[in-house]
Design a protein around this ligand. Structure first.
Ligand code: FEO
Length: 407
């Protein structure tokens, strides 16, 4: 399927060349991400009537990288530099490249333009690739697809169409910190190690963004792709690893949702404000996990023993209280008095509430739950008087984040 040249560059087909860098010796990325088998900084040239360079690499590899590019074309012939994501492992060499490729236009997302200005500390003339923006190169056409939070706000995909093949340049998405001498998936020698690092990479980089992973997969799943050109690890090819890596990403992104967790929201509300927050929190939880069972309980409307039963049988709970006379209200304390502390150790919990004057209640309940050794969500949602539209958005995000971080 693919023809290989020498060790420095690889010709993938009539139009696409790999000009990236193999880095088998590095053992950690972004300070915390383990790389037991090194990584690669994949970069590609699409050589058509117009020439596009896709991604760059870390600055420290600039000399080898320039040598790779020069084996394919003179830098001053490059028309476009496409950055699907601007983190410095992909943009580090850009400063030098734009000096040597003065005719090249930089194509990235709107968020990417902001990051690049601050990464390079210089003003640049960007082409902003809005969602579905298309670029004709000759026999190849690229459509840019917005893919936010995969894994930065700037992330996008470049879908390439040619009459003989289809591909996506996905940057970090579907990638892996893994390095063998060959760059194609069907040449991987240590498959178990690759699979191990693939899962580790997913958890480290995309674990917090599962909702976005699912929407990213929807954007590429039905494209009948022949190649996924990631920016780390092997190139994924049709009928080899491409389909299984997509399936794995999907199952990892869905795994928590399939657990059908029961999340209870208890609240007391003097004037309906804490109730409004509770409703939005419920919406946020369901946005994160639409298979969760979420129940709202107005504490003063139910028998205490029924509520305490719910409190002890749920997988996680949130509790909302107003502040009256500088404290949480009695029904909330009574509910918590029935908490099965032994079996609730490390249970996920969170606190929220509206207040009028001083607002101590949420802090008191938060501290109480923490002292009882529950796993209390770090942030408290505490709103003064009537929640504004923005407060309601915050409440929805609070619910979303709570559900996304359940353990
Ligand atoms: Fe490989 Fe998010 O950089």
């Amino acid at each position: 399927m693919c023809e290989e040249n020498d060790r420095m560059i690889k010709k993938i087909n009539d139009f696409i060349y790999f000009v990236g860098i193999l880095n088998p010796n590095s053992r950690v990325s972004d300070v915390i991400v383990k790389m037991d088998f090194g990584t690669s900084y994949n970069s590609f040239i699409i050589k058509d009537k117009k020439i596009a360079l896709v991604e760059t690499c870390k600055h420290e590899f600039i000399d080898s990288y320039l040598e790779n590019i020069r084996q394919v074309c003179d830098l001053n012939l490059i028309d476009y530099i496409i950055l699907n994501h601007t983190e410095p492992d992909h943009s580090g060499a850009l400063k030098k490249i734009i000096e040597l490729a003065p005719n090249a236009k930089i194509i990235c997302s709107q968020a990417g333009t902001i990051y690049l200005k601050n990464i390079l500390n210089q003003d640049l003339d960007f082409v902003v690739a809005r969602d579905n923006f298309e670029l004709e190169l000759g026999e190849n056409k690229i459509k840019f697809v917005s893919a936010p939070f995969l894994h930065w706000p700037d992330s996008m995909f470049s879908l390439l169409e040619n009459k003989n093949f289809k591909a996506v340049f996905s940057c970090d998405f579907l990638g892996c910190h893994f390095c063998e001498p060959e760059i194609f998936d069907y040449k991987i020698k240590f498959t178990d190690s690759y699979n191990l690092m693939l899962e580790n990479y997913f958890k480290s980089i995309f674990g917090p963004f599962k909702k976005y992973v699912l929407s990213g997969l929807e954007k590429i799943e039905n494209q009948n792709l022949d190649f996924v050109f990631t920016s780390h690890g092997p190139i994924l090819t049709k009928n080899n690893f491409l389909e299984q890596v997509i399936k794995k990403y999907k199952s990892w992104a869905l795994s928590e949702k399939a657990e059908n967790k029961y999340i209870a929201i208890f609240y007391c509300s003097a004037y309906g404000n804490t109730f409004k927050l509770a409703e939005q929190i419920k919406n946020g939880i369901l946005e994160s996990n639409n298979m969760a069972k979420v129940k709202l309980f107005n504490v003063i409307e139910h028998d205490l023993s029924v509520l305490q039963n719910e409190l002890n049988s749920c997988d996680a709970f949130l509790i909302g209280t107003p502040t009256i006379n500088r404290d949480a209200v009695a029904p909330v304390w009574n509910l918590l008095a029935g908490l099965d502390v032994i079996n609730s150790k490390n249970k996920n919990a969170a606190v929220f509430g509206s207040f009028g004057w001083s607002g101590e209640a949420t802090d008191f309940v938060f501290n109480r739950l923490r002292d009882l050794k529950l796993k209390v969500f770090d942030s408290k949602l505490k709103i003064n008087f009537v929640p504004s539209e923005r407060d309601l958005d915050d409440a929805r995000n609070f619910g979303f984040e709570f559900a996304s971080n359940l353990i």
